[in-house]
Design a protein around this ligand. Structure first.
Ligand SMILES: [Zn+2]
Length: 418
C-alpha cells in the first residue's frame, strides 16, 4: 500500500490530487514527509475573496503546510498557490480546502492540536507533538473562532452572569453562561466587571435574543444589576444562592479574624486558631476533627460562633416553596442579624434586605434554575485557569475559556484524527 492511498482515505480533496511524496530533511535534523499537491486538471481556481471560480492569473512559489504527523514523523503538504483574476475582487490568491488565508498549519492539524489541548495544557500539547506553544494557541484560536461563527444562539432562555478573578492582582473577567437545563455552556467572556463590560455582552447578544430571555441569574454586584434592569427587564432576575453563601462566608471570615486578634491581644486562650474551615464549611462536610472543634467552639459565646449559627440558620431560607413565607423568614433573619451587634453580619443583612425582591425571585424561578449550575461552572473555570496555559494576555484566557466551557461545534471531516 502506498502512502497516497492512506492520504486519500483520511483526507481527500475534490479539486486537488496528491503528487510525489518524498523525504524532507528538516532544520532540526529530523526527517519529515513532504507531500506534493496539484490541482486536478481542468479544475478552476476559486477566488478567496468571494468564493466564485475565476480565470487564472499566475502561480506563486510553492509553500509548505503542516499536516497531522504520521507515526511521530512530521508531514508537510507542498503546494503552489494560484492567483485568480476575479471580476469582482481583482487579483486574489485562490482558496484551498486545507488551509485558511496565510496560515501555514492545515485545518485538520489545527483541529487535531485543539482537540488535544482540551485534554492537556497547551504546553503539554506542544511538547507531545513537537510543536510550539504559539502554534497550539493559534490552533485553539482557530477552532474557537470557527465554533463561535457556527454556534446556534437561537434558544437561549436563561443566563447566569458571574465575575471571576483571573490574574494576579485585581483583574476581573465577566462571564455569561447559558444555564438552561437542556443546554449549559459559556456564552461570553469580557474584560473587567463594569457596566460597560456587561453592556458589551448585550450588544453582541443582540436586542432580539435579549428580549427572549426568561431568567437572569447574578451576584449582587451593582453594575450587573443596573445593566440587567435596563437590557433584560422582562426576565425574572434571580440572585444566585452560591453567591449569597460566598458573601456570608466572607463576613464570617472577617468576624473570626478580628475576634482572633482581639483574643490574642487580651492574652486569652487562642480558641479560634485553626477554626477557619470549621466555620466556613457546611456541617455535613466537616471531618471528624473539625466536628470536634465546632462542638468545642460552641461552648464559648464568641462573635464568630454566633455568626456561624446565623449563617447555618439562613440555610432554611432555601427550603421554602412559597415566596411569601420565604419573605417572612428573610425579614425575621435580617432582624436577628441586625440585633447581633456583629458589624459584618449586619452588613450582610442590610444587603439581603435591599435585594429582597430579587432574592424572592429565586422561589418564583426555582423550577427552572438549579442553584448549582453557576457554582459548577465557576469550579470548572478555576480548573481551566489553574492549568498553566500561559495566560499572560486576556486573549489567551478568553480563548481557553471558550474552548473548554463553550461547547462549541467543530468542523466535520470524513476522518477523525483524534
Ligand atoms: Zn472574488
Amino acid at each position: 500500500m502506498q502512502l497516497k492511498t492512506i492520504l486519500n482515505h483520511v483526507q481527500k480533496f475534490k479539486s486537488f490530487v496528491y503528487g510525489n511524496i518524498v523525504w524532507l530533511d528538516c532544520e532540526d535534523g529530523n526527517p519529515a514527509v513532504l507531500v506534493e499537491i496539484m490541482p486536478r486538471s481542468n479544475s478552476k481556481s476559486i477566488c478567496s475573496g468571494c468564493g466564485n471560480p475565476g480565470p487564472g492569473y499566475d502561480t506563486l512559489p510553492p509553500r509548505k503546510f503542516e499536516f497531522v504527523p504520521l507515526w511521530n514523523i512530521a508531514v508537510f503538504f507542498i503546494y503552489a498557490l494560484r492567483r485568480v483574476n476575479c471580476s469582482q475582487c481583482g487579483i486574489k490568491v485562490e482558496r484551498v480546502p486545507w488551509a485558511d488565508g496565510k496560515n501555514t498549519v492545515t485545518k485538520p492539524y489545527m483541529q487535531f492540536l485543539a482537540g488535544w489541548a482540551k485534554k492537556l495544557s497547551w504546553k503539554e500539547t506542544a511538547l507531545a507533538f513537537h510543536t510550539t506553544w504559539e502554534k497550539v494557541f493559534r490552533s485553539v484560536e482557530w477552532a474557537v473562532e470557527w465554533g463561535l461563527a457556527h454556534r446556534d444562539l437561537s434558544n437561549v432562555q436563561s443566563i447566569g452572569v458571574d465575575e471571576v478573578l483571573w490574574h494576579r492582582g485585581h483583574k476581573y473577567l465577566t462571564v455569561v453562561y447559558q444555564i438552561d437545563s437542556e443546554c449549559r455552556r459559556l456564552l461570553w467572556v469580557g474584560k473587567d466587571r463594569t457596566i460597560r463590560t456587561l453592556l458589551l455582552f448585550f450588544r453582541t447578544f443582540g436586542k432580539e435574543r435579549s428580549a427572549q430571555l426568561l431568567f437572569v441569574c447574578t451576584d449582587m454586584w451593582k453594575p450587573y444589576l443596573k445593566v440587567i434592569a435596563k437590557k433584560a427587564s422582562q426576565a425574572i432576575h434571580v440572585l444566585d444562592r452560591f453567591h449569597i453563601a460566598m458573601h456570608m462566608n466572607k463576613a464570617i471570615d472577617e468576624v473570626r479574624a478580628q475576634e482572633s486578634r482581639s483574643l490574642k491581644a487580651k492574652g486569652l486562650e487562642p480558641v479560634l486558631t485553626h477554626s477557619r474551615w470549621c466555620l466556613l464549611k457546611r456541617p455535613e462536610n466537616l471531618t471528624d476533627k473539625q466536628e470536634i472543634k465546632i462542638i468545642d467552639l460552641l461552648r464559648y459565646n464568641l462573635k464568630a460562633v454566633r455568626s456561624y449559627l446565623l449563617k447555618e440558620d439562613f440555610q432554611f431560607f432555601w427550603d421554602y416553596f412559597s415566596p411569601h413565607w420565604a419573605g417572612f423568614f428573610l425579614d425575621r433573619w435580617c432582624t436577628r442579624a441586625m440585633r447581633s451587634r456583629i458589624e459584618p453580619m449586619k452588613k450582610v443583612a442590610r444587603m439581603l434586605r435591599s435585594h429582597r425582591e430579587l432574592l424572592l425571585n429565586w422561589f418564583r424561578a426555582r423550577k427552572t434554575i438549579s442553584s448549582g449550575v453557576i457554582e459548577g461552572f465557576n469550579n470548572r473555570l478555576k480548573l481551566t485557569t489553574r492549568k498553566s496555559y500561559g495566560f499572560r494576555t486576556f486573549r489567551a484566557a478568553e480563548i481557553a475559556l471558550y474552548h473548554t466551557l463553550g461547547s462549541l461545534p467543530e468542523p466535520e471531516w470524513t476522518h477523525k484524527f483524534c
